[in-house]
Ligand binder design. Structure first.
Ligand SMILES: NC(=O)c1ccc[n+]([C@@H]2O[C@H](COP(=O)([O-])OP(=O)(O)OC[C@H]3O[C@@H](n4cnc5c(N)ncnc54)[C@H](OP(=O)(O)O)[C@@H]3O)[C@@H](O)[C@H]2O)c1
Length: 318
């Protein structure tokens, strides 16, 4: 199998591809032939050492989608050929992924959800649901989502739209049309944002989903958004004590959230664009693309575990 790895903390250039034998499958385990593996900003924080120093070889990435290719003894809920998606902290960018607790880790991909989109949902989707839940949005409220073109923001914003809110979303100018098409009112972030928000919502903003730093929290408070109606996912946990805002993020998500989101996407209530697709070999370029100015949505790696199955080949040649 081929996997993205790093052996010491640092930046994107630490990432490389390593080859090894694919894992064998034991009782209660399944193996996934990974098709897509999503990228998240937190991956770079992990590589950078924010969650501890790397000792030895480390895998990379949390999000994935793929096809079950082997099941161990005792597995009854999954069969070879099932399309699944989920997250496995810090080693999903690999052709063959061993899952030890499939009932906890995996959800099946419903008809209507693309396997590419599914590969980028685990962190962003669960974070968006947990944060929106914390805001307790009611119909008719004006809600601000910052970073609304990003992986988390684009999902959170559409959940708020679906709850009947008027949703203002900050993003670069180049992403405004995409956000308008999803029912948002886009506003450019950066200098002058406060004035633009006051003009867009003279009656005030009821609640905000903040994806940026502590300075943004201060800005939101100065707009008289009550601290109890601000949820921060980007400023660190200290903002909860300092300002009284909530910090519901990925760890506040519940089992079942991802399956719910998968259906919401399949039914057309939420659209998650794939902003960029890169091969496993292009992993460094993929992270540079994630960090730079880019189209709205999720960035994913396309991971080719296998080519067509023998049945698929026979179909084409019959
Ligand atoms: N606490 C948690 O559990 C949790 C979970 C997931 C993510 N996060 C954090 O939440 C943040 C967003 O994650 P993501 O996956 O959505 O990232 P992402 O996909 O890279 O999106 C970043 C967003 O931020 C916008 N942006 C860039 N520079 C900005 C600035 N100076 N001011 C305002 N907005 C700016 C981008 O807009 P344009 O592209 O349109 O310029 C884009 O909408 C990251 O810091 C991530 O680490 C936290």
């Amino acid at each position: 199998m081929r996997s993205v790895q790093y052996t010491q903390n640092g930046d994107i250039d630490q990432l490389h591809i390593a080859e090894a034998n694919a894992p064998s499958v034991g009782p209660g385990e399944v193996r996934v032939a990974v098709r897509y593996a999503g990228l998240n900003p937190v991956d770079l924080a992990v590589i950078g050492g924010a969650f501890g120093q790397a000792t030895g070889t480390k895998g990379n990435g949390a999000d994935f989608s793929g096809v079950i290719d082997k099941v161990g003894e005792g597995i009854t809920d999954f069969s070879p050929g099932d399309l699944v998606f989920g997250g496995r902290p810090h080693r999903t960018q690999t052709t063959h992924l061993l899952i030890r607790d499939p009932a906890e880790r995996l959800d099946k991909i419903p008809r209507g959800l693309g396997i590419d989109t599914a590969g980028g949902l685990y962190i962003a989707g669960r974070t968006a649901i947990a944060g929106i839940r914390a805001l307790a949005i009611t119909e008719g409220e004006t809600v601000l989502i910052t970073g609304a073109s990003g992986g988390v923001g684009i999902i959170a914003a559409q959940l708020a739209v679906n709850l009947g809110a008027r949703v203002i979303g900050t993003a670069s100018e180049a992403n405004h049309e995409a956000l308008r098409n999803l029912g948002l009112e886009p506003i450019t972030y950066g200098e002058g944002l406060e004035a633009r928000l006051r003009e867009a919502a003279p009656e005030g903003i009821a609640a905000a989903f903040s994806t940026q730093d502590e300075a943004e929290i201060k800005q939101l408070l100065s707009l008289d958004i009550p601290a109890g109606r601000i949820n921060s996912i980007g400023a660190g946990s200290q903002v909860a004590d300092t300002y009284g805002v909530s910090i519901a993020g990925e760890t506040a998500a519940e089992r079942g959230d991802l399956a719910w989101l998968a259906k919401a996407i399949a039914y057309g209530h939420v659209h998650v664009p794939v902003a960029g697709v890169f091969s496993l070999d292009e992993v460094q370029s993929a992270y540079r693309f994630l960090k730079g100015s880019r189209p709205a949505g999720k960035v994913v790696l396309r991971v080719d575990a296998d080519s067509l199955t023998n049945d698929q080949r026979a179909f084409l040649s019959s």
